[in-house]
Design a protein around this ligand. Structure first.
Ligand code: KG4
Ligand code: ZN
Length: 337
């Protein structure tokens, strides 16, 4: 079954052609980082306009690279949420239009669920259920117990910032360009993680939930004093130390909560998804903490936002439901697991 997937939830416009859920025939991603970097974060209105401009050429490029005609597509899959409403509408409207014009089935896919599926499709022979899904992206941080593809129980999530968002906000405090995650990781390599003693947040009564806003505020105090207005001159070494201490606090928090979940639930595999999984220090800490665990990471090109994970998961959603969605499916800025 050949699936055309479309992704426009935030600041990437992407289209991919995927066969049988995991064979990627093409995956084209047009990033808008250049557009948003000057504003230090995603500007929704600009994002929508760019999606409109590039979506058709990106679809054409994906078909060309896969050497496939539109008529040979069996299913159109699209991320219907969560995301920015205007951005979602462009992908969904394009997908519905294609489905209608070609008389092909159409299916809406949850973008966050697709981030977890990205690691599964990267290693389709290694997944064993039940497993623990760990979503670490710019918009979401969650622990999900997975019985099978499509059967999820949310067991922990952030009560404030997502982990990628915290990386981006701390990077902004350090005057680093957007997106800040990779910048923080690079600086942290030369920093002293023990200098500031930052602590990750605890959520009362919910040991598997996350909170990063206190950690972000601790960084703000370290940089600008308790009244948040002092102009403390930072040396390059100071910046590296702040990055290392922040990253250490945030990542060890993730590792500890993954271990805690592993003690409470049967988890035969650990599936990580989202842009923060690019962080090599995270991968190192997890590998060290759980040396014998079956751990799946998304392969290159599948960790940040992409359409291959949408097409891949779309295939399973279609098989699970036994039919496509109707064309009145609406964009959803939030979707509960
Ligand atoms: O999953 P993603 O592409 O977007 C969302 O769906 O939100 O993730 C983007 C996030 C950004 O916050 C970015 O700073 C973060 O992933 N990120 C990283 C790294 N690479 C990307 N965070 C930490 N370390 C990295 N190497
Ligand atoms: Zn994403």
């Amino acid at each position: 079954m050949i699936v055309l997937g479309i992704e426009t939830t935030c600041d990437e416009t992407a289209c991919a052609i995927v066969q049988d859920g995991s064979i990627i025939l093409s995956s084209i991603i047009s990033s808008q980082i250049d557009l948003h970097a000057q504003f230090g974060g995603v500007v929704p209105e600009l994002s929508c306009r760019r999606h409109v401009e590039v979506i058709i050429p990106i679809i054409q490029e994906a078909l060309k690279e896969a050497n496939i005609s539109l008529e040979s597509i069996d299913l159109i899959a699209v991320a219907y949420g969560p995301g920015l409403i205007g951005a979602l509408l462009i992908g969904i409207t394009t997908a519905k239009t294609l489905a209608l014009a070609l008389n092909k089935p159409f299916i809406g896919v949850n973008h966050v669920e697709a981030h977890l599926y990205a690691a599964i499709m990267s290693h389709p022979d290694q997944i064993e259920f039940p497993c623990l899904g760990v979503v670490l992206s710019g918009g979401h941080t969650a622990l999900v117990h997975i019985d099978s593809i499509g059967k999820y129980t949310l067991i922990g999530e952030t009560v404030d910032d997502a982990i990628g968002e915290a990386f981006d906000k701390v990077a902004k405090l350090l005057d680093l360009p957007y997106p800040g995650g990779p910048q923080i990781e690079a600086l942290a390599k030369n920093g002293n993680k023990d200098r500031f003693g930052f602590k990750p947040g605890k959520v009362k009564g919910k040991p598997l939930s996350f909170s990063f806003s206190g950690l972000k505020t601790a960084v703000l105090y370290a940089l600008k004093g308790q009244n948040k207005t002092e102009k403390i001159q930072l040396s390059e070494q100071d910046k590296c130390d702040v990055a290392a201490a922040f990253q250490h606090a945030a990542l060890t928090d993730i590792v500890q909560k993954v271990e805690l979940a592993a003690n409470q639930y049967v988890c035969r595999t650990f599936v990580f998804g989202g842009g923060v999984t690019n962080n090599q220090q995270l991968r190192h800490l997890i590998a060290t903490a759980m040396p014998t665990a079956n751990i799946l990471w998304p392969s290159l090109g599948l960790s940040l936002d992409n359409a291959a994970m949408i097409a891949g998961l779309g295939y399973h959603c279609y098989l699970n439901k036994g039919k496509g969605d109707t064309l009145d499916l609406e964009a959803a800025t939030r979707i509960a697991f």
